[in-house]
Write a protein that binds this ligand. Structure first.
Ligand code: AMP
Length: 434
């Protein structure tokens, strides 16, 4: 139906039918996070602009072209968060979370904002799930992180997961590699796109991440970072791969994997889902051993990942409006004077208590003051299993099986009907989750 207004470019509405899938993804995520001992942090969706410029990196696409930056009424420069790690590290330091547990395990779920060219699986507001482990620098921390990453994806229903891993080296060996790359690309600058010519000056590693087709042959011939790793970084990377193998996590070494943010050191990883194609990672992460210190904190190694929720949902089913929510029962007022009774009866059937405990029944009422036959028609349109009538007959409330179109035994009270419905549901064949 026409409206004068549309959703802003690059954003989307999450509608009923789809929102239940989001709910399930969030629940499975929170469940797995909690099993691994990760606890949630909710940071503001905007931060001071500096936080992102200094961490994500001035030469990255995110900072150069994609930030939603604005001034508030006092002239402070603020930015809608384009990613979740920098805000979490800020909060970690601001609240001294490292003192509560020197191995700090944190996670977040929330929207991120990047001014990107919208296309399938690429939005200007998109959601991420992310986890960060701050404190341990040992390779086993990388393995735990990738294991968690893998099981979050698995619990969300993703079947075929390919994890790519690489090492970007550290402050000792990365400059050596960067120089080798610069020399290699400088000799072939004519074959590079305009952006890559620029990256050659600012950060040649970024060229490896370029998606422009004409750059690909040059990128394929570039020297591998693995040949430039110092002994410590090589050993770290070998141990991470051995750990992944020991845990049975299928992985491939991907020497061109660099990721789009500047703060990574040593291990980086990404996951691909066969449904999304090779261009679109479902998630990725890496080690960032220098970021906490760069923010003014003590030297604290750390590693984390983020997963794009739209991409994960696209990889596990279609993103579209689903069917109406099927009620277990619709309460039908036989007469407009029974409206309050219908609402009250429905409330008793739902069984909501202070802590929301007890089995849940979905109970709906047509509050439109329409005839009983119109209410029944509506109940049937939305797929109600049963209809229950108020006020009751002398021998109880009539209950109609909507699918079979026949009346069942009358029920004396809301309580007895509730018990009867729950029992029916318990013995009914398992339906698809809704
Ligand atoms: P990044 O923070 O760039 O490492 O991205 C991590 C994950 O977030 C990616 O693998 C995607 O799944 C998702 N993602 C990043 N940018 C977007 C976007 N513009 N739209 C949708 N998902 C995105």
């Amino acid at each position: 139906m026409a409206s004068k207004f549309q959703v802003p470019r690059g954003t989307r509405d999450i509608l009923p039918g789809e929102s239940e899938r989001w709910d399930r993804l969030e629940s499975s995520t929170r469940d797995v996070m909690s099993r691994y001992g990760y606890r949630e942090v909710r940071t503001p969706i905007f931060e001071t602009t500096d936080l992102f410029v200094r961490s994500v990196g001035e030469a990255t696409d995110i900072v150069r072209k994609e930030l939603y930056t604005f001034e508030d009424r006092k002239g402070r420069s603020l930015t809608l968060r384009p990613e979740g790690t920098a805000p979490l590290v800020r909060a970690y330091l601001e609240h001294s979370l490292g003192q509560v547990d020197p191995l700090t395990r944190l996670y977040y779920v929330g929207p991120m904002f990047r001014y990107e060219r919208p296309q399938a699986g690429r939005y200007r507001q998109f959601w991420q799930i992310g986890a960060e482990l701050l404190g341990p620098g040992a390779p086993a921390a990388d393995v735990e992180m990738i294991d968690l990453f893998f099981w979050i994806l698995r619990a969300a229903g993703l079947e075929e997961i390919t994890v790519h891993v690489n090492s970007l080296g550290d402050a000792t060996c990365r400059p050596v590699y960067r120089e080798r790359l610069r020399e290699y690309f400088a000799a072939r600058a004519d074959e590079l796109c305009g952006d890559c010519k620029e990256r050659l000056k600012t950060n040649p590693l970024r060229i490896l991440d370029c998606k422009v087709p004409s750059c690909q042959p040059v990128i394929r011939g570039a020297p591998s970072v693995l040949e430039s790793l110092c002994d410590a970084c090589r050993e770290h990377f070998d141990t991470v791969r051995a750990g992944l193998t020991a845990l049975g996590i299928a992985h491939e070494t991907a020497p061109r994997l660099v990721r789009g943010l500047d703060y990574y050191t040593r291990t980086v990883f990404e996951a691909y889902a066969s449904q999304l194609g090779a261009q679109n990672a479902v998630g990725g992460g890496g080690r960032y051993d220098d970021l906490v210190r760069d923010f003014g904190g003590p030297a604290t190694p750390a590693i984390g990942f983020s997963i794009g929720m739209e991409r994960l949902l696209m990889a596990t089913g279609p993103l579209e409006i689903g069917a109406a929510a099927r009620p277990d029962v619709c309460v039908v007022a036989r007469d407009p004077s029974a409206t309050w009774e219908a609402l009250k009866f429905a409330r008793s059937l739902r069984g909501v208590s202070r802590y929301g405990a007890g089995e849940s029944l979905r109970v709906m009422v047509d509050p439109g003051g329409r005839s009983a036959s119109a209410q029944l028609k509506w109940a049937s349109k939305i797929g109600a299993r049963y209809a229950a009538f108020v006020p009751p007959d002398p021998d109880g409330h009539p209950v109609r099986d909507m699918e079979a179109g026949k009346d069942e035994v009358k029920q004396e009270s809301a309580d007895s009907l509730r018990g009867w419905l729950l029992q029916r549901r318990g013995s009914a064949p398992q339906e698809a989750p809704r």
